[in-house]
Design a protein around this ligand. Sequence first.
Ligand code: UD1
Ligand code: CA
Length: 468
Amino acid sequence: MLDVSSPGAQAVVLAAGRGTRMRSARAKVLQPVLGAPMLEHVLRAVGAVGADPLAIVVGHDAESVQAAFAGRGTFVVQEPPLGTGHAVQAARERVAAHPDRTLLVVNGDVPLLQGPTLAGLLEAHRQGGTVATLVSAVLADPGSYGRVVRDGGVVRRIVEARDASKDELQIREINAGIYAFEVGPLLDVLDGLQPQNAQDEYYLTDVVGLLAGAGGRIGAVKVEDPQEILGVNTFAELAAVSGLLRQRILAALMAAGVQIEDPATTHVGPDVWVEPDAVIRPFTFLEGRTAVRTGATVGPFTRVFDSEVGPGAQVLDHCLLLESVVEAGASVGPFAHLRPQSRVGPRAKVGNFVELKKTHLGEGAKAPHLSYLGDATIGPRVNVGAGTITCNYDGTEKHPTRIEAGAFIGSDTTLVAPLTVGEGAYIAAGSAITADVPAGALALGRARQVVKEGWADRRRRAKEARKA
Ligand code: UD1
Ligand code: CA
């Protein structure tokens, strides 16, 4: 948590809007930015300044938003959503309960916002002794943002682009949708909002004009990096913001000693942990709660989700890892698929076209080619020959396979589970194994080979005789 030296802030996050411009059935604030909902990013920034209590205004698809953020704040339902001012009106009771705590109001659609900017806003608000302070940015192209209208340098009001005059549209200082308010003065004017504008909505931005009109002083803090306050209203903006966050994450990793060979094609999510001296090769996706330890190499063309790649381990080209662990010095791929709850032990090897599901490969064990290993516990130093398949499913239930230390499974073996192959046992290539194999034994489960000497010549002569 940051030291904000401005104690006692509460917050209201606005997340009730429909997101009309996205033309999506899903609530806008649930649209993902690098795998986490847009609102998650905003709540983290708000959480960083320790705002308490935190109210989240929900409306459009309220159930989904509440389910996704259960326990993260108190929910206020705004139904129907009639504008950002109406959203704060919906939270009126909550806000009034803490009249002495400065109120942060934050739009739910600014996913690049960071804690220090909110801390700076609270600090400027406190120092300036203003009734309201807003975050602004100076943009080369102010587009559809609300404009900050000043008079003699003093903030007078905000005008929405839709309602602005030609001259006002020239103003390049925009309103970011992030504010600090003194509760008393805000509540005094909040109910005076009128939906008289191009959208027939109750605009929170009109509060600024009302407060200034009543003699209140309004502050504005300009953000250093305008990218941080980009609002997301369309899928194009969602993609642009995701790209910026991606660059921010990659830059931080490289600064911390991670080798990213090609940042343009590398995707690392916000909850991924990569240690110095790991190498991330091109076209690699590290997602969810993934960790890549020092000295590990991942990629190219590989996706890792909710998994751990241990120190010095290699995950080679074209692999997919889900909820799995690759331990120190192990090697996976190319073209391997690790499905959930798999674990590749230290220095073990999973080679090309091998699929693991709920399978543990012990230290130094190998499954180098073309195998399906499901619900299997495989001991250290076991060699799994090419084409080995665990038949773990009987059509209704899944059954376990256990292969103990040092066993050797010949190529093209089918292991019909439930089954145990004992320590050091051998299984002959091409076997269908249906019963347990004791330690140290050799098991053969295949037809005995028959050799018919001279058969080909006899066949040819018989054919020639028929023709003659
Ligand atoms: C708003 C500001 C604009 C500013 C811009 C910054 C207003 C009137 N305008 O415009 O000055 O430049 O943000 O990005 O505030 N919401 C609700 N309930 C509603 C309507 C919206 O909770 O009834 C929420 C939305 O979910 C969203 C946020 O408020 O998270 C902003 O709403 P949006 O419609 O995107 O406002 P903008 O038009 O972008
Ligand atoms: Ca917006």
